[in-house]
Design a protein around this ligand. Structure first.
Ligand SMILES: C[S@@+](CC[C@H](N)C(=O)[O-])C[C@H]1O[C@@H](n2cnc3c(N)ncnc32)[C@H](O)[C@@H]1O
Ligand code: SF4
Length: 361
């Protein structure tokens, strides 16, 4: 039996015990951590503002000590984003530390530095790369040459057999290229997720990038019918695709798992249930980490949340009853798979990529 299989099985047990702990004793478990490990970035995407923040980042020692505390408190899934996470010189030490604790590790990247950091990425469970459409569309919302960065990175990741996927932001350019995006995913045998544009900072003007409602509506209906017809490479669940139909208008309310099962850490080292909620924020140097993570934080969110990572976790963890759809979501996301089985055949590869949906969280 491979270690990958055992690892996934242990993670499934951790998820179930966290759910039981919460239901029976009301205790939170920081099962999932989403960590913006740096704000630095070699890109300047017009819909993003994180690269504008030059605040001091925590040191390697502080980060490693925090990972230890997180692990003790129950963290089993950790997702590193940014900024561009591969710009952090000590990322390999950080990843190795998580790997030694048997955590499920995901890295989200723009793809530009994948080739030179491929050895670090061989230690992670999933690499998610942003991919916003065909070359002119992708380059327009990033910069010239960024599409080639993704294609090159994809080749290297697949050659090294590192599980990877794409994440597409539904900008004005992307919505009219859904078929091309799906064709690209199929041609490369790589899973893909979609999420709408959202205002993450007042300093960013999204007007020029926003799709018009009709084009957006057509794109979502297309995604829904691809998904309904069993397209295994679209990792978003049907629940999420239906949830984002009304964008940018208020979506249906969904109970949020932030503060119960997942927490976020920003590049300054502030820890909170969710960065969208004002108030309670703690710094990882404050020594209150464990208390913060295990005390129940009631999350009252008044603005619509469009992030696929957050919403998919909500659908996975906050279901009130086990409907067939929830059961299918759980199966497709948490069912253990042996890493060694992954590349045996194209069919198995596709199936496993779908099942590794937890990586898009
Ligand atoms: C902030 S980036 C960090 C990781 C890496 N630099 C990258 O671009 O993949 C994480 C993801 O958030 C997406 N993103 C950034 N700003 C966004 C916004 N305003 N609305 C929706 N998605 C956004 C990016 O496209 C990317 O897929
Ligand atoms: S590459 Fe990622 S972090 Fe950098 S500016 Fe673009 S979205 Fe933001």
């Amino acid at each position: 039996m491979s270690t990958g299989y055992m690892k996934n099985k242990l993670h499934l047990i951790s998820v179930l015990s966290a759910l039981i702990r919460k239901k029976l004793f009301g205790r939170s478990t920081p099962l999932f951590i989403s960590w913006e490990i740096t704000n630095r970035c070699n890109y300047r995407c017009p819909y993003c503002s994180v690269w504008k923040d030059r605040s001091k980042e925590p040191s390697l020692q502080e980060i490693l000590a925090t990972i230890d505390e997180l692990y003790k408190a129950g963290t089993r899934f950790i997702s590193f984003s940014g900024g561009e996470p591969l710009l952090r010189k000590d990322l390999s030490a950080i990843i190795e530390h998580c790997q030694l604790r048997n955590m499920y590790i995901k890295v989200t990247t723009n793809g530009s530095l994948v080739e030179e950091h491929i050895d670090i990425l061989k230690c992670v469970d999933f690499v998610l790369m942003t991919f916003n459409g065909p070359e002119p569309v992708h380059d327009a919302v990033r910069h010239k040459g960024s599409y080639s960065d993704v294609v090159r990175a994809l080749k290297v990741l697949q050659k090294s057999k590192i599980p990877c996927g794409l994440n597409c932001v539904l900008t004005k350019g992307a919505v009219s290229h859904i078929d091309e995006l799906i064709r690209f995913a199929r041609a490369h045998g790589i899973p893909i997720t979609f999420q709408p544009l959202e205002e993450r900072s007042r300093s960013v003007d999204l007007k020029k990038l926003e799709p018009d409602r009709a084009a957006y509506g057509t794109a979502i209906q297309k995604l829904i019918s691809y998904k309904r017809s069993g397209d295994a490479l679209i990792l978003n669940t049907l629940s999420y695709l239906n949830y984002i139909v009304p964008w940018p208008n208020t979506p249906q309310r969904v109970s949020c798992a932030a503060g119960s099962y997942f927490f976020r850490i920003n590049a300054r080292g502030d820890i909170c249930a969710c960065d969208r909620i004002k108030g309670r924020r703690y710094h990882l140097r404050s020594g209150t980490l464990r208390k913060v993570l295990t005390s129940s934080v009631p999350v009252v969110c008044t603005t619509p949340c469009w992030r696929n990572a957050t919403m998919e976790l909500n659908y996975l963890l906050m279901a009130r009853f086990l409907s067939w759809e929830t059961f299918r979501n759980i199966l497709s996301r948490v069912v253990p798979i042996s890493r060694s089985l992954r590349y045996r055949s194209r069919a198995i590869r596709k199936k496993n990529m779908l099942r590794s949906g937890v990586c898009c969280l």
